[in-house]
Design a protein around this ligand. Structure first.
Ligand code: NDP
Length: 526
């Protein structure tokens, strides 16, 4: 088999750079197959011991981790702020703070969610049988994560994996290796045994090696294109995957909203983290009655946003984008709007890796900025007239991550929410639910497969073992075992009618036949 580019000139080191200043932050090994395989084998070894711990014992380790993060929250946020080129305030509220609540949720609830449970088996239960479900860990979870939330995304998955009895190997993005290494350092600081969490720094090739390494499940968060590549690779070994992918999230605004609050939300939802959020508002549909007022107010507020980077945690609202590639993608979308006759009402200019928050109107679903994930600080605003039209426009996308509906009429909002083909629909809010660990996170269509967070995310970290007990199994043989005989055949027909005939008379006569024959039938043996 030919593997992806194991080329001799593959650089041995990754250089982490602050994209806002160009300053070098550090160098990290660009690991290859050998280092990845070694990390996975340490994790496999450690998992044997880790799985034997009780939920309380695993919870005690996660609590230590949580406390360390709480006490060092500003230092951790500073690492993220530097690697991403965004303000420390942004890094703190979006990337570190949510992890504390997530840790609490899984410390308190993992045992409850994963407890052994009896399942109802209908008529089989009456025949002296019993079925139970128990959950057991996969083994080693491979986590491949993006740069946009380099702490909260992988750490959430690590905590859930660990609480469920797995160990984990993380491959952070090549743009944020220092944050990945920081996660490992925190686990080392609290003294967790070797191998429980491993971090392998490197590029896409390192990620591919992790997929090929024999890990028991892959949790991937990143672009839809890379997700498809990873699924293909994982399919070769039938390694299961959870995919958290891109989005093109719509915001539907009705004419009864509080304009001031809703435009604040639209500005935040579109531009937070420089628009580099999978759940960013990427398309805004506003009822035609309030369209002009909404647009004017949103433009006025957007002009007040401060673009830049400094060490003061709250001096700027909008940081840089992560890379040249990201800048080019956003510029391409802006240029496409201009070429096709759309209007740029504010923003549109770039300076190094900074992009002014940009608002478009006179655009429709033929524009790149409306169809493709931009992942930058842009907001296309369009008009709608009826509820059905809003639903149709929102659903007209290959993505299905999050959507939001804005109105004071909650009955209407819920009715609409149930018609939106998105994995999360927020009513009068946006962006927030990834930070609410009790709720499932995932996507429909090209936005993903499977879930992280919530009870559903925990269940992705375990396998199901069904234990079935035949309590009569040592007392009698089954009527369908060999040898096949005329009596057994007739017994089977009677059983079919007893269970499934709609006629009471037929049921009764079948029951009598079964009662009469069961002794004989069960004695027929090889
Ligand atoms: P990418 O898909 O480019 O990269 C994600 C991760 O995959 C990185 O660690 C990357 O390594 C690695 N990788 C790249 N190629 C391979 C490969 N062939 N095999 C294994 N691993 C590989 O995404 P970005 O980092 O650019 O993140 C942005 C994307 O992530 C957006 O589309 C966004 O919507 C999505 N996202 C989705 C979220 C969700 O929850 N649904 C949340 C956050 C982001 P390297 O960095 O070295 O290339």
């Amino acid at each position: 088999m030919v593997l992806r580019t194991e080329i001799t000139e593959r650089p041995p080191l990754l250089r982490s750079i602050n994209p806002a200043t160009g300053e070098k932050i550090g160098e990290f090994p660009n690991m290859g197959k050998k280092e990845v395989d070694e990390a996975v084998s340490r994790a496999k070894e450690a998992q044997k011991f880790w799985a034997e711990l009780s939920f309380e014992e695993r919870g005690e380790w996660i609590y230590k981790f949580k406390e360390f993060v709480r006490k060092n929250i500003e230092d951790i946020a500073e690492v993220i702020s530097q690697e991403k080129g965004v303000s420390r305030m942004e890094a703190l509220i979006s990337d570190v703070f949510p992890i504390l609540d997530l840790a609490d949720f899984y410390i308190k609830n993992t045992q409850k969610i994963l407890r052994r449970e009896k399942i109802k088996i209908g008529v089989w239960g009456l025949l002296g049988r019993e079925s139970e479900i128990e959950y057991f860990p996969y083994g080693v979870i491979g986590i491949i994560s993006p740069w946009n939330f380099p702490f909260s995304i992988p750490v959430g998955q690590i905590i859930i994996a660990l609480m469920a009895g797995n160990t984990a190997v993380l491959k952070p993005s090549e743009f944020t290796p220092k944050t990945g290494v920081t996660v490992k350092k925190i686990f080392d600081e609290i003294g967790i045994p070797k191998g429980i969490l491993e971090v392998v720094t490197g590029d896409g090739y390192t990620g591919e090696m992790l997929v090929r390494s024999g890990v028991d499940k892959i949790f991937f968060t990143g672009s839809t294109t890379t997700g498809a590549k990873i699924m293909k690779t994982a399919a070769e070994s039938l390694t299961p995957v959870v995919m958290e992918l891109g989005g093109k999230d719509p915001m539907i605004v009705f004419d009864d909203v509080d304009l001031d609050i809703t435009t604040d939300a639209a500005v935040f939802g579109s531009f937070f983290n420089t628009g580099q959020v999978c759940a960013s508002v990427e398309r805004i549909y506003v009822h035609k009655k309030i369209f002009n007022d909404f647009v004017n107010l949103m433009v006025e507020k957007t002009k007040k946003l401060r673009v830049g980077y400094s060490k003061t945690p709250y001096e700027y609202d909008i940081g840089s984008v992560i890379s040249e590639k990201q800048l080019e993608k956003v510029k391409e979308h802006i240029e496409n709007v201009i070429e096709k006759g759309g209007k740029v009402l504010t923003g549109g200019r770039t300076n190094k890796l900074f992009i002014e928050p940009t608002i478009f109107v006179d655009v429709d679903h033929s524009f790149k900025a409306v169809r493709e994930e931009t992942f930058g600080p842009t907001a296309p605003i369009m008009k709608f007239e009826t509820e059905d039209e809003a639903i149709e426009l929102a659903n007209d996308s290959e993505y299905g991550l999050t959507a939001s509906v804005w109105t004071k009429d909650l009955t209407k909002a819920k009715r609409i929410a149930s018609k939106l083909n998105f994995a999360t629909v927020m009513i009068n809010d946006n962006l927030i639910t990834h930070a609410i660990p009790q709720t499932p996170w995932g996507g429909t269509k090209k936005s993903g497969i499977g879930r992280t967070h919530g009870k559903e995310g925990l269940l992705e970290m375990v396998q199901i073992r069904h234990i079935h007990t035949n309590k009569m199994g040592q007392k009698m043989r089954q009527p369908w075992w060999y040898p096949f005989t005329k009596e057994k055949y007739e017994f089977s027909l009677a059983l079919t009618n007893l269970l499934h005939s709609p006629s009471l008379k037929e049921k009764m006569s079948s029951l009598i036949k079964i009662a009469k024959e069961i002794g004989k039938v069960s004695k027929q043996k090889l």
